[in-house]
Every structure is written in structure tokens, then in C-alpha cells.
Design a protein around this ligand. Structure first.
Ligand SMILES: [Fe+2]
Ligand SMILES: [Fe+2]
Length: 217
């Protein structure tokens, strides 16, 4: 027995539909979607902040090129996270709604060159990203959106926790080096220059380094 299908009818039915709505699961509520966009906004604001820090450190008047590379890397990471989340949003049936990015007013003091204030600010920008991800995770949990919880935890949580700790360590090193103005900060900058801006102790802050079994957990 064959079932008659009217092609025109099914084409009309599907073409009139918002297919994004079929991609969306019930747990992916408008509130959850808005929260993802909120984090996207924060990644972009942080990107601009880190770009500015990097540009300040690369000025001849400051010339801390190791620090400049660290902030450029931090900015690149924010941009990569933004792109990733935007794609994720679309893959869940959401849509991108760009918002204006507030310009940062922060300046790296150059007379005298004072690194403690900017490094403290950088730590708090990184920590705010982490806190916003926690907020996003609890929103996802509340709405039962297991897919989002998994995406945030696997892509972001571990690395952002480590980054906040590594910047806190950097702040302590900068404070220590600043007790003897000039040479200390030069040596710290050279260390960062040698590692092309990767915080040398970043991998020590990775809990996976403590595993007896080297396999990925
Ligand atoms: Fe990020
Ligand atoms: Fe980070």
C-alpha cells in the first residue's frame, strides 16, 4: 500500500516554518540565549581592554614587549572565545545580536611606568569572565540545558580558572619586582619575552599536571 504525498503541500508547510525553532530544544530558552549573548559581549569588551594594554606596553615610552605579547595573547583568546560562542549560539538555533562595545578608559601609567595597577586590573577582567561563565552555567542548570553546561565546562571553565590564577601569580611577581624599581620589571618582561607572552608558570597551575596517569581526564 503506497502513501500519497503531495510535494507542494510539504514544501509549503516547511518553507513557511522558522527552521531555527526546530533546531532549538525546549531547555534553550530565550533567557539562556540572552545570557550567551551577554557573555559574548563581555568577551568583546575584554578583548578591547587587553588590546589596549598590549598597545600601551608596545609604546617606546614603556617598551615592555614581553608584557605586550601576554596582553595580545589574552586579547586573541577573548576573540577566539567570542567566535566559538557565536557559532555555538547558531548551532542551538539562536541568533547573533551584536551590541556596542564600551571603549576602555584604562591607560598603562608611563610616568613613572607603574605595572601593579594594570596587572591588578587585568586579573579582575579575567576573573569577571570566569564569574560570568559561572552565571551562565547556573542559568543553563536551572533551565536543564545539559548541552550548554557541557559546552561551557569543557571549553571554558578549566582554562579560565587557570588563567585567573596565573594572572594572580603575575600580580604577586610584579609587586615583588616593583620593590626594586627598574631592574625587576625588566627581568620579568624578559622572561615573558622569552616565552612569547606565555605566562611561564601557567602549566604549573594546571591540575592535570598533578595526575599520576598522564591520560586526559
Ligand atoms: Fe574567554
Ligand atoms: Fe582566559
Amino acid at each position: 500500500m503506497s502513501t500519497e504525498i503531495d510535494p507542494k503541500k510539504i514544501i509549503a508547510e516547511v518553507s513557511g516554518h522558522d527552521i531555527d525553532q526546530w533546531v532549538r530544544t525546549a531547555s534553550f530558552t530565550p533567557e539562556v540565549e540572552e545570557s550567551i549573548r551577554g557573555h559574548i559581549h563581555q568577551e568583546l569588551t575584554s578583548w578591547l581592554f587587553f588590546r589596549k594594554l598590549g598597545a600601551d606596553c608596545a609604546r617606546s615610552s614603556i617598551s615592555l614587549h614581553g608584557f605586550a605579547r601576554l596582553w595580545e595573547r589574552s586579547a586573541e583568546e577573548c576573540l577566539a572565545d567570542f567566535k566559538w560562542l557565536e557559532k555555538y549560539l547558531l548551532s542551538r538555533g539562536g541568533r547573533s545580536k551584536p551590541t556596542s562595545i564600551e571603549a576602555t578608559t584604562f591607560e598603562w601609567p608611563d610616568n613613572p611606568i607603574e605595572p601593579v595597577g594594570p596587572c591588578k586590573e587585568a586579573l579582575f577582567v579575567e576573573k569577571k569572565l570566569l564569574e560570568d561563565l559561572e552565571r551562565l552555567c547556573s542559568k543553563a542548570d536551572k533551565s536543564g540545558d545539559v548541552a550548554l553546561t557541557d559546552a561551557i565546562q569543557s571549553r571554558f571553565m578549566r582554562k579560565e580558572t587557570r588563567h585567573a590564577k596565573s594572572l594572580a601569580d603575575l600580580l604577586r611577581q610584579v609587586v615583588r619586582a616593583s620593590k626594586q624599581p627598574g631592574l625587576g620589571i625588566y627581568l620579568l618582561d624578559r622572561e615573558l619575552r622569552d616565552s612569547d607572552g606565555i605566562v611561564p608558570w601557567d602549566c604549573v597551575n594546571d591540575p592535570r599536571q598533578q595526575d599520576n596517569d598522564p591520560a586526559e581526564v
